[in-house]
Design a protein around this ligand. Sequence first.
Ligand code: TRP
Ligand code: ZN
Ligand code: CA
Length: 432
Amino acid sequence: MRLSAIVASSALVLGALASAAPATAAPGAAAATPPDISVANVKQHLTDLQSIATANGGNRAHGRTGYKASVDFVKAKLDAAGYTTTLQQFTYNGATGYNVIADWPGGDPNQVVMSGSHLDSVTSGPGINDNGSGSAAILETALAVSRAQLQPTKHIRFAWWGAEELGLVGSKYYVNNLPSAERAKISGYLNFDMIGSPNPGYFVYDDDPTIEQTFKNYYAGLGIPTEIETEGDGRSDHAPFKNAGVPVGGLFSGADYTKTSAQAQKWGGTAGQSFDRCYHSSCDTTANINDTALDRNSDAIAYAIWNLATGTTTPPTGKVFENTADVSIPDNGAAVTSSVTVSGVTGNAPSNLSVGVDIVHTYRGDLVVDLIAPDGSVYNLHNRSGGSADNLVQTYTVNASTEVANGVWKLRAQDKAAVDTGYINGFKLTFP
Ligand code: TRP
Ligand code: ZN
Ligand code: CA
């Protein structure tokens, strides 16, 4: 067993939700109307974070007093607003780090909409755009959830991460120590890192289609074009979630890349200059914020959380065939299968057959996983990639258009190396 599997039990409490109230939305209910987030309130949080930095040697970096003061500041507001908050401690570079995790009581504990921002700065400055902006915006959104006394369908969770600037340390720690069953309950993770850049762009992460479309819908409503975020895909706290198979999304207003003239034409601002000239420097102060970008992105966050977590999700239009019986996969042994019987589908399978694979395993690099059609045709889904990561929880799209749809389909899994083990937790076929 690997170390992460051993230490996971110590962090069980973080994933366990306090007795959740039943969802109150009626079947088919529309999402509740999202609030307009007050940019003045968001800016007040930034002023407070700036004061914390100023009083603590000019920064809010991991291991420095300004970081712990930032943690205490955020946690006190969340506690007063009725959140269940947890400080998750970790050690990095010989210093104690903290993640603040805040759960809004209620909603379906098996469907968690989680939003996060890193709360630490670099040592060279107060980190107001990077990332006071995301931290303050999700804080104000969390307070708006409380003011509305929102009773969402899904469970809402927020996180403020430590030591992002030292390599996504806090968010990696959280994901690595979350039991896989708790990880599987996160329907989406939304990341906000740098959303008030002084020469802003409007970038949407290109990952989970539903989250991405939700943000695009918000911006379409304002008539503001967006672009896909390309300034380094793995460079913030969504990366550990994405690597663990959690659908992710987020917003970003740009860091040290240069705004092109085409971008300046559609968004305003200065072409030939970076989105944030004070990125990672001492001038990343409250003066380093574009209020309009901060305002729009804060409203977009509330819009997304309200839409993703309230109302009822539209049921899938397709036919779903699922087997959730556990099938243990022998260590370095024979292949095993989990089956579903497809019936009532006319003709051939589609070119976009969706194959949901949920395998719990302590080392997915051991696994070879195939889809087997009723006539025995084999479609390889996974061939020992992903190295030492845990679990294989992923939806694959398979062109199965030469296969007759009806009949017995199998998910075949084989473990090809000694020591680590696991089991098939679920196998799901969705015909559109
Ligand atoms: N997280 C990076 C930092 O703090 C900033 C950054 C660069 C970023 N590229 C990104 C954030 C893309 C989100 C998306 O240094
Ligand atoms: Zn950052
Ligand atoms: Ca093995």
